[in-house]
Design a binder for this molecule. Structure first.
Ligand SMILES: [Zn+2]
Ligand SMILES: [Zn+2]
Length: 217
């Protein structure tokens, strides 16, 4: 798999374009403020965009869905059903931050925990990891040593849980059961900030380690 990051906007959101090299099949993950550039790349490289995958439905992760859809009208939008409420209330989310967001096309397909999502000869394992939002999923790339973790965990930090539908203890359980169960060398590509690894976070994330009164004590 070939992974490229598209970062932009006031939230510094990371969107990802993942191409399955052998087949030219690709997916767009969390097209946010830099989705225009992502769409241009899909067009200029003639990628066969097979889906738009949303880790969750916060405004900064979905505000560019329409731009990617415009260059790939057949690509279905995948979202976990528990985040449909958030997706439907995009305008309320925008108001909360004093922002404007264009209306977005509705989701077409529903992620399920444990699902194997395939594109070309590549695959993601879908893991439901609620807490930051009720329907957050992480996408573990099969045989590639990386995972797209959205806003569940960041380098030395974790997702906020004060937004509607967020819950701190649910998030900690998701991190313990869905993230820290991956091999230490797994690279985590987050929704904001730099990438990290499971091994680094296991011993260096102040929210997780007992030394700093983290939850995993
Ligand atoms: Zn979020
Ligand atoms: Zn975010």
């Amino acid at each position: 798999m070939n992974l490229r990051t598209f970062t932009g906007g006031g939230f510094g959101e990371n969107g990802y374009l993942v191409a399955c090299e052998r087949s030219g099949a690709a997916v767009a993950v969390d097209p946010g403020a830099a989705a225009g550039l992502m769409a241009d790349t899909i067009t200029s490289e003639g990628l066969d965009l097979q889906a738009i995958l949303l880790t969750h439905a916060h405004l900064d992760h979905v505000e560019g869905v329409h731009l990617v859809r415009a260059v790939a009208p057949e690509a279905p939008i995948w979202l976990h059903p528990a985040d449909h409420g958030l997706y439907d209330s995009l305008q309320d989310q925008a108001e909360m931050f004093g922002l404007q967001v264009p209306p977005q096309p509705p989701p077409d397909d529903a992620f399920e925990h444990g699902q194997r999502f395939t594109f070309g000869s590549c695959a993601f394992e879908v893991r439901h990891a609620p807490g930051h939002s009720p329907g957050h999923v992480i996408l573990v790339a099969e045989g590639q040593g990386f995972a797209l973790v959205g806003d569940v965990i960041f380098q030395a930090s974790i997702g906020r849980t004060d937004l509607p539908g967020g819950d701190f203890y649910t998030l900690m359980r998701s991190i313990r059961e869905q993230v820290l169960t991956l091999p230490n060398e797994t690279v985590l590509h987050s929704g904001h900030g730099p990438s990290t690894t499971v091994g680094f976070e296991r011993v260096g994330n102040p929210f997780l380690i007992p030394h700093y009164r983290g939850e995993m004590a």
